[in-house]
Write a protein that binds this ligand. Structure first.
Ligand code: FBP
Length: 549
């Protein structure tokens, strides 16, 4: 395989392992744990894996001889930079336990376990993927591991390969499923441990014990580089407003982090829109006001960052989507085979007055997308909605009204961008390369400790990586009960942007200045080689949350 010069240099990078994991480790047990909410119900659902203690690894002065162990690994959900290093760390970790240990990768996500599709990951394969982006070593998928049939089918291949532990690298849903699988295998004495690893560029799998999910650091650095480049262009030509949508299915962590890194004129935070019960018109008005204020100062250009999930956080649209889903689900037979126009008419005639009024305020293309574009489960495909175009179109209309009233005397010309896939498979930053390698290596230590239902946890992340702390957190500790698809389910609590958290507070304290003045910061590309202050810095979110800024 042909490699670029950077790829070759990067292959030689040796991730910096926390000192505590560099020799023999001993396990220190903390106090028994409780789930974040709904303790009784979660305990009932996880009788074998509830209440386990937090684990911390410390250096052991007396090394113990390990036995060979066969381990399986799965990549689940959207790609995130550093996934390969989790697998490399896991491989090196189990080889350190015993050189005859073996690692099997299940192909294309959890479906590979159910369908018995796998590959043995040997040293020569692993070495090709060290410090690289992507999930292509074994592929990823979104099959949900939920049913007893799937668990039993998986167990057949695990037994056949002599696998004693399975590592699931995924987001909140995949780790929820890992906990359910761990509980089931424990309840039937299957002899298979299950360990989770926190992955997602969205940054919404975090809590007191998991400081960040991997991939967030690299993805936001990539997006911030490109936003910075656009800001330079914008400040050079001084003639465009750039509307930039940023990935992140639900939470706005990515948009917020990019705003902290680049200081744009506007950044919408979905969680704030919801908390303030803002309408779409109010969001549009606030952007239009910034455009007017800048125009009054002779600046007919600017940058607006928009989180991908915004539309679902606008309370009125949330209500509308809920009713649309119901109308479609309850009238399945009636609407089957209807031509587009008839279908639109049918849906509109079944909406409440309030929701009909909301849909009437939306541009026709968006209203149609909300009514007609459905996923296989019948849900609105919100991620397909071009929010960046929707907002700029509405801002344009508002400015035209303001121009008629003589309030807006400037020019408004908008360009649109969506950054998501560009960052998900980038070569991991040094932070993610080190963090992921440590997560994988640490997962091997948890396997060696004989535990199940734990998530690999590496903490103290704002410190240099050698000082990081390592251990395991019972997954049930992160769970609560949520009502999903008509039923109460135990799930890992999703971490949304906290309006009382330090990253949002910093942003809120500076945004007025960033709106009117041009305070752009140009982060430039990720640097892999050079001084630590350029190459090894964690995200601003992490630094602010742990007060090192
Ligand atoms: P995960 O939650 O699985 O990590 O995926 C995150 C994400 O990148 C979201 O930001 C985005 O909305 C979604 O995946 C896109 O999904 P797909 O890869 O299926 O297009």
């Amino acid at each position: 395989m042909k490699k670029s010069p950077l790829q070759k240099a990067r292959a030689a990078y040796q991730p910096k392992l926390p000192i505590v994991l560099t020799g023999a480790v001993k396990v220190v047990e903390g106090k028994p744990t409780q789930s974040v909410a709904d303790q009784e119900k979660i305990q009932q659902l996880f009788p074998n894996t509830y209440g386990l203690p937090e684990l911390t690894f410390e250096k052991n002065t007396t090394p113990t001889a390990g036995k060979p162990i066969n381990v399986g690994v799965i990549l689940s959900g959207g790609q995130a930079p550093g996934g390969h290093n989790v697998i490399c760390g896991l491989f090196d970790g189990i080889k350190k336990i015993h050189r005859d240990s073996r690692l099997f990768g299940f192909l294309m996500g959890p479906g590979g376990l159910v369908d018995h599709k796998y590959v043995e990951l040997t040293a020569s394969i692993i070495d090709e993927y060290r410090n690289t982006g992507g999930f292509d070593i074994i592929g990823s998928g979104r099959t949900k591991l939920e049913t007893k049939e799937q668990f039993d089918s998986g167990l057949v291949i695990l037994k056949e390969l002599g696998i004693k532990a399975l590592v699931i690298i995924g987001g909140d849903d995949s780790n929820t499923n890992a906990a359910v699988l761990a509980e089931y295998y424990k309840s039937i004495n299957a002899g298979v441990q299950v360990i989770g690893c926190p992955k997602t560029i969205d940054g919404d799998l975090k809590n007191e014990c998991i400081e960040t999910s991997f991939g967030f650091d690299t993805a936001t650095k990539v997006y911030s580089e490109v936003i910075g480049n656009i800001q330079r262009d914008c400040n050079s030509a001084k003639k465009y407003w750039h509307f930039i949508k940023l990935m992140g299915r639900s939470a706005s962590h990515i948009a917020l982090e990019c705003a902290l890194q680049t200081q744009p004129n506007v950044c919408i935070i979905s969680e704030e829109v919801e908390a303030k019960n803002l309408t779409l018109d109010q969001v549009v008005d606030s952007i239009a006001q910034t455009v007017v204020a800048r125009a009054n100062d002779g600046k007919n250009f600017g940058i607006v960052l928009i989180p991908e999930g915004l539309i679902e956080f606008i309370p009125a649209i949330k209500k509308l989507i809920k009713e649309l889903n119901n109308v479609i689900a309850l009238n399945e037979k009636e609407i089957q085979g209807l031509a587009t126009e008839e279908l639109e008419k049918f849906i509109l005639s079944h909406l409440s007055e309030e929701n009909a009024a909301t849909i009437a305020t939306l541009p026709a293309t968006v209203a149609r997308q909300l009514m007609l574009d459905r996923d296989p489960h019948g849900n609105v495909q919100v991620s397909l909605i071009e929010t960046e175009k929707l907002l700029s179109e509405m801002v344009g209309k508002r400015l035209a009204q303001l121009a008629e009233q003589g309030v807006f005397k400037g020019k408004f010309s908008a360009l649109h961008h969506f950054f998501g896939y560009e960052g998900r498979c980038a070569d991991p930053s040094n932070f993610d390369a080190d963090y992921c390698y440590a997560l994988g290596f640490n997962a091997a230590c948890l396997i060696n400790a004989g535990v199940t239902g734990y998530m690999s946890s590496i903490r103290n992340l704002v410190k240099p990586s050698v000082q990081w702390l390592a251990g395991g957190i019972p997954i049930t500790m992160m769970m609560n009960i949520e009502h999903r698809n008509g039923a109460d389910k135990p799930v890992i609590q999703k971490a949304l942007v906290r309006l009382d958290g330090a990253p949002f507070k910093y942003f809120a304290a500076h945004r007025d200045e960033w709106a009117l003045n041009t305070c752009y910061v140009y982060p430039g590309p990720i640097q892999y080689f050079g001084p630590a202050e350029i190459c090894d810095q964690p995200s601003r979110t992490l630094a602010l949350e742990h007060q090192t800024l």
